[in-house]
Design a binder for this molecule. Structure first.
Ligand SMILES: [Fe+2]
Ligand SMILES: [Fe+2]
Length: 183
């Protein structure tokens, strides 16, 4: 049955096999899918670390009497997980496998200078989150430039996540500016 489908489409067995193996990757895809998938795994590790950090800060903010900041941390955490999910979907489309080994995740995030931190005051936590977001902004921007026009969908996904990451950084910086003014 498979054979007759192939001859109907006027393709050789080899062409059909290649199509099945490569999925969405055609000759117009101008990047190296393995390399892009591994860069995406690196960024995804920073998103998982960021998720854990925001969750931790959310738990700890309760006792520090700041419900506003607690919900801010929680809503950022949710978005970080969405970023990780979007990257995982793209990694799979490119023929890669999202990393799930915890040590590997920690190692890749730390290679970009990102480790989960938990300061003792709310201000320290906000600063830690701001620094993490800024490292991500740098890493995303660098990869977007590197990809250029070679992988349009990865570029679009990265641009979208970068936009949200800059929004997070902005919000955190605004909070710190405001809290230093009222002091
Ligand atoms: Fe994120
Ligand atoms: Fe973020």
């Amino acid at each position: 049955m498979q054979r007759s489908l192939m001859s109907q489409a006027g393709l050789t067995d080899e062409e059909v096999r290649g199509a099945i193996e490569q999925g969405p990757i055609t000759k117009e895809y101008l990047s190296d899918p393995n390399k892009v998938a591994s860069s995406l795994n690196r960024l995804r590790s920073t998103e998982i670390t960021s998720y854990l950090q925001y969750k931790q800060h959310g738990y700890m903010a309760v006792s520090l009497l700041s419900p506003g900041l607690k919900s801010e941390f929680e809503s950022h955490a949710k978005q970080e997980l969405e970023h990780a999910d979007r990257l995982a979907t793209r990694i799979q489309q490119l023929g890669g496998v999202p990393i799930f080994d915890l040590q590997e995740i920690a190692g890749k995030a730390s290679a970009i200078g990102i480790h989960a931190e938990q300061g003792t005051t709310l201000t320290e936590m906000v600063i830690e989150n701001l620094l993490l977001e800024r490292r991500q902004v740098e890493a995303y921007t660098a990869l977007i430039r590197e990809i250029g026009e070679k992988d349009l969908i990865t570029r679009e996904i990265l641009l979208d996540i970068l936009g949200q990451t800059e929004t997070h950084a902005s919000e955190l910086a605004d909070f710190l500016k405001r809290s230093s003014e009222t002091r």
